[in-house]
Design a protein around this ligand. Sequence first.
Ligand SMILES: Cc1cc2nc3c(=O)[nH]c(=O)nc-3n(C[C@H](O)[C@H](O)[C@H](O)COP(=O)(O)OP(=O)(O)OC[C@H]3O[C@@H](n4cnc5c(N)ncnc54)[C@H](O)[C@@H]3O)c2cc1C
Length: 451
Amino acid sequence: MHVGIIGGGVAGLAAAYQLTKTGHTAEVFEQAPFLGGQASTFDVFGGRLERGYHHLFVSDTDITDLIHEIGLGGQLAWLESSVGFYLKDQGGTDSGGAGKIWDFATPLDLLRFKPISLRDRLTVGFWTLILQKTRNYRKFENITAKDWLTRRMGRRAYEVVWEPLLRGKFGAFYDKISMTWIWGKINLRVASRGKGGGRERLGYPMGSFGEVIDVVADKIAGQGGVVHTSATVNRIVETGGRATTLEVQLAGSETERREYDAIIATTPSYVFTRLAPAMPKEYQDKLEGIDYLSAVLMVLVLDRPFTNKYWLNIADPDMPFVALIEHTNLIDPKLYGGKHILYISNYPSRDSSLYKMPADELMDLFVPHLRKINPDFDRSWVIEHHHHRVDGAQPIVGVGYAQGIPDHRTPLKGLYLANTTQIYPEDRGTNYSVRMGNLVARMVMDDAGTP
Ligand SMILES: Cc1cc2nc3c(=O)[nH]c(=O)nc-3n(C[C@H](O)[C@H](O)[C@H](O)COP(=O)(O)OP(=O)(O)OC[C@H]3O[C@@H](n4cnc5c(N)ncnc54)[C@H](O)[C@@H]3O)c2cc1C
């Protein structure tokens, strides 16, 4: 079989790797000048760094298996992470609006978390344990996280601990999110704590996710596939009841048509609807029914550490960011010439002012807030800053989400869809894009009756 693949992110490359490994040919078209999509990297002081922070959980077995299979297992490190919770000034103190960073990595940290009463802390601990033990996520599908958490853990615990997390990831949609999403997060994180509920371990390929992606692309080429960058698919063309023709434009070339036995599209749904022929209404409604948020990231390269935490949740609605991820509190700064890397992250919608704001204005906005978290911080610590926007970064997982997921097999013969809206009940992540790429590649082969 000859399969055309739209998108050179993790899902597209995983599918191409599977197909070519099985003796088929695959041709990948990636519109950006680099591979990796949301997990792509750029160069920082001699090291490669993801545009958006990236790590793996212990439960991420599909990508871990792939990393071993392609010979990079020796590069995969599992490192102890440190998690903090920055809580807005609770009033009544003369703190000048500065809040406090609480350790938030272990069950003991929860017991010491004074902003909620001891009774609330015990209740949160109890229900978190129940969520960890629960396998049947279906019971959470039709209730919002807000309602479930408020009912079980109490209003104060919800407002202090959970609401900032939901607002952080989903902005204005925070009270629409299904409880399944929280269930998924708790299951993944806890698996990464190992036995005894100790500190979380997170995985990172020390040559970066970019190295994993490059090696997979090399393997695809070695197995007879072709991977193009700066190659845009403009249209999927339907002929004779099959949607297996692509209108593509390679760098510096005219638009041309290429024929395949099957096509796998890995773009976000709102891009797919622009490329593909009209679909029957029921399928089209599913494609259009799931919204996404974008990610806005500012990566600061600093001459010294900002905090001692890898992951800092920001529970202060007045701050223009929702998490600070200090990459070099997980990974040795030596990889980046001894510099320290801090991601400032937010998930706004594409029409928000934050999404549209240019880098220097964002810096002006962020700096005073950074100073509230670390009063010593000075802009002179910043050696350089990098601004990235990632569209389609986070599908919004509402109540009853499962019923709205479009099938991988589209109603058009030969055309398959594999994007992050179809990852469920887990939250999207590179592991699940690998799993989905493998699954859809197998589907294509099964449908064609090939081994
Ligand atoms: C800020 C951030 C942090 C994250 N952190 C983590 C983490 O810690 N751990 C983790 O595992 N995952 C993380 N993720 C999620 C993970 O990166 C994604 O789930 C995964 O990379 C998605 O891969 P994909 O191939 O499904 O989609 P994408 O990466 O979106 O790939 C789709 C590709 O299609 C291309 N494309 C679109 N239109 C066209 C066209 N017309 N022609 C050709 N090409 C086209 C795009 O350029 C893109 O490269 C994070 C994501 C973000 C945004």
